[in-house]
Design a protein around this ligand. Structure first.
Ligand code: SAH
Ligand code: SF4
Ligand code: F3S
Length: 469
C-alpha cells in the first residue's frame, strides 16, 4: 500500500458515450487520488475538470464544445480570483480532434486519448507546474489496464457496488462504413484472462453481484488464457461462473459475426447461454439494418438472414432470451425498400429494447464521403416510424411480464420511503417496497405494472412486506 495524501483538491469528471468511457472515467478518477484529487459532482467546486468524450455522432461531439464554452468562463472567473482550473479533454473526441481541439479551445490544458488514460497523472503534474497545451494521443505499447491502479471504490452508477462494469476487450478492426471507433480506440485488444478474473474477484469481494463484461466487440475476445492459449469469451464466462457470490453475468456489445462459425466466431457462446444460469437472458446485439444491400454498404459482412438465424439459435439455447439492438436509418443509399426490410426484420425478431439513430456523417469514415446521401426529412420520417414500432415492442415485452414472478437483483433505495430499486434479468429497473437490507440479494417479485422505462413489483411473502414498513 502506498500512502495517499489526504485529498486537498477536487476533480469533476463528466462522461459521455459508451460504457467503456464510464469504466475509463472511474479508473482515471482512481489514478488521480494519489495526486490529492477527490472526486466531486460539482463543477463549481472543482480544481480540475475532465471531460471524457464521445465522437460517435455529430451531436455527441458538439456537446463537448458547448460544455467547453462554459468551462472557459469558469476558468476566467477563477483566474480573476488568482486560482486555477485545469481542463482536460479525454476520450474519443480528444483522439479524433487532437491538435485541432487545442486550436479551437486554447484554454484546454490537456488532451488525452482513450488508450493513454494511465498517463493522465503525469500530465496533470506537468499542468500543475504551469505547462500548457499538453497532448497525448498515443496508442502506447504498454496497456492502460496494466498501468492504472486497482479500483479504489465502487464505480459511479454502480448502485453502491452491487453492479460493476469490467472491460475485457477494447478497440475494433471491423471498420463499418459509418463508424469512428476503429480510428479513436485503435485495434482490437483483449486483456489476459487472469487479469480479468483477478479484477472480477476483487469486485465480488467488494460486494459486486452482477458484472457486465465490456468491449467494443466483446465477443471478439481472445485474451491469453492461464495455459498460454487464447480464451474466447465463452470460456471466460464459464470461469467467472465459478466465482462464489457472483450471481449475474452480462456482456456488451457483441457483434453478430463473432458468434458465427464461418467467421471464426465464438460459437460456444451460444451454448454458454444454455449452460450458464448466471448468464442473463438479455443480449444487446446490434444489427443496424435489415437490408442486405445496406448491410453490404455498411461493411457489416453478414446478411439479415444470418442475423435472424443467429437469434433463432440463441433463443433455442435460452428460450427466455430477450434482445436489444442498434439501428441506423438513412445510411447513404438506403432506399424505401431497404428501410421496409429493416421494419420487417424488427417484426420478425421482436426486440425488448433498442437504440436507433439517424445516420450521422463522421469525418474520416467512408460513408461520410458517399455520393448518395438520404435527405434529412426522409431520415427523420424513417427514424420516427422505426422508433414507433420499437416502442410498441418494448411496451409489449414489459406488459408480458405483468402478473409473473421474476428474480430481481435489489440495488439501492428508490425515491419513495421504503422503496427499493432492483434490476430484472432483462435489465429493466423494478421498483418495490422492500427492506433496505436486501440490497445485493436476488428476490422473487411479482410484477404488478409496466411503465415506459420501469416495472413495479411486489414481494411475495407478507413477512418481507411487514419488515419494509
Ligand atoms: N461496436 C458496436 C457499436 C458501437 S457504436 C457494434 O458493432 O455494433 C454504437 C452504435 O452507434 C452503433 O451500433 C450504431 O448504431 C451507432 N452509430 C455509430 N456510428 C454512427 C453514425 N455515424 N451515425 C449514426 N449512428 C452511428
Ligand atoms: Fe464501429 Fe462497426 Fe466496430 Fe462496432 S463493429 S465499433 S459499429 S466499426
Ligand atoms: Fe463514443 Fe468512443 Fe464509446 S466514440 S461510443 S466513447 S468508443
Amino acid at each position: 500500500m502506498t500512502d495517499r495524501p489526504s485529498p486537498s483538491k477536487r476533480v469533476h469528471v463528466r462522461t459521455w458515450g459508451c460504457q467503456m468511457n464510464v469504466y475509463d472515467s472511474a479508473r482515471m478518477t482512481d489514478a488521480l487520488a494519489p495526486l490529492g484529487y477527490a472526486p466531486t459532482d460539482q463543477v463549481e467546486a472543482a480544481d480540475m475538470v475532465v471531460l471524457n468524450t464521445c465522437h460517435i455522432r455529430e451531436k455527441a461531439a458538439e456537446k463537448v464544445f458547448s460544455e467547453l464554452g462554459r468551462l472557459r468562463l469558469l476558468k476566467r472567473a477563477r483566474a480573476a480570483e488568482g486560482r486555477r482550473l485545469i481542463i482536460a479533454v479525454a476520450g474519443c473526441v480528444a483522439q479524433a480532434e487532437g491538435v485541432a481541439l487545442l486550436e479551437r479551445a486554447p484554454y484546454v490544458d490537456i488532451v488525452i486519448g482513450p488508450q493513454a488514460t494511465h498517463r493522465l497523472p503525469a500530465l496533470v503534474r506537468r499542468a500543475e507546474a504551469g505547462e500548457r497545451a499538453l497532448l497525448d494521443l498515443e496508442f502506447p505499447p504498454e496497456s492502460k489496464f496494466d498501468e492504472l491502479p486497482e479500483a479504489a471504490g465502487p464505480q459511479p452508477a454502480s448502485f453502491g457496488g452491487v453492479t460493476a462494469f469490467l472491460t475485457v476487450q477494447e478497440g475494433c478492426d471491423k471498420f463499418c462504413s459509418f463508424c469512428v471507433v476503429p480510428y479513436t480506440r485503435g485495434a482490437e485488444y483483449s486483456r489476459p484472462a487472469a487479469a480479468v478474473l483477478a479484477e472480477a474477484r476483487q469486485l465480488v469481494a467488494a460486494g459486486a453481484r452482477e458484472i457486465t463484461l465490456l468491449g467494443q466487440n466483446v465477443n471478439a475476445y481472445h485474451g491469453e488464457g492461464p495455459d498460454g492459449r487464447p480464451w474466447r469469451l465463452s470460456r471466460l464466462i464459464r470461469a467467472l461462473a465459478e466465482l462464489e457470490g457472483l450471481f449475474r453475468i452480462r456482456y456488451t456489445t457483441s457483434h453478430p459475426r463473432d458468434f458465427m462459425a464461418e467467421h471464426g466466431g465464438d460459437v460456444d457462446l451460444i451454448a454458454a447461454h444454455r449452460d450458464v444460469p448466471q448468464l442473463m437472458p438479455f443480449l444487446h446485439l446490434p444489427v443496424q439494418s435489415g437490408s442486405d444491400a445496406v448491410l453490404r454498404a455498411m461493411n457489416r459482412r453478414h446478411s439479415a438472414d444470418d442475423y435472424v438465424r443467429l437469434v433463432d439459435a440463441l433463443r433455442a439455447a435460452r428460450p427466455d432470451l430477450a434482445l436489444s439492438s442498434d439501428f441506423i436509418v438513412g445510411h447513404p443509399g438506403e432506399t424505401e425498400a431497404d428501410f421496409a426490410a429493416t421494419l420487417a426484420l424488427v417484426r420478425r425478431v421482436g426486440f425488448a429494447q433498442a437504440f436507433s439513430f439517424k445516420f450521422s456523417p463522421r469525418p474520416g469514415t467512408p460513408a461520410a464521403e458517399a455520393r448518395n446521401p438520404v435527405p434529412e426529412p426522409e431520415k427523420d420520417r424513417r427514424l420516427h416510424e422505426l422508433q414507433a414500432l420499437l416502442r410498441d415492442q418494448q411496451a409489449a415485452f414489459a406488459a408480458s411480464l405483468i402478473g409473473r414472478v421474476i428474480p430481481v437483483l435489489v440495488l439501492e433505495p428508490g425515491r419513495h420511503p421504503g422503496q427499493m430499486v432492483g434490476r430484472s434479468p432483462w435489465l429493466q429497473p423494478v421498483h418495490a417496497t422492500l427492506p433496505a437490507t436486501l440490497a445485493g440479494e436476488i428476490v422473487p417479485l411479482r410484477i404488478t405494472a409496466a411503465h415506459p422505462n420501469s416495472l413495479a413489483g411486489e414481494a411475495l411473502s407478507p413477512a418481507a412486506q411487514r419488515n419494509a414498513a
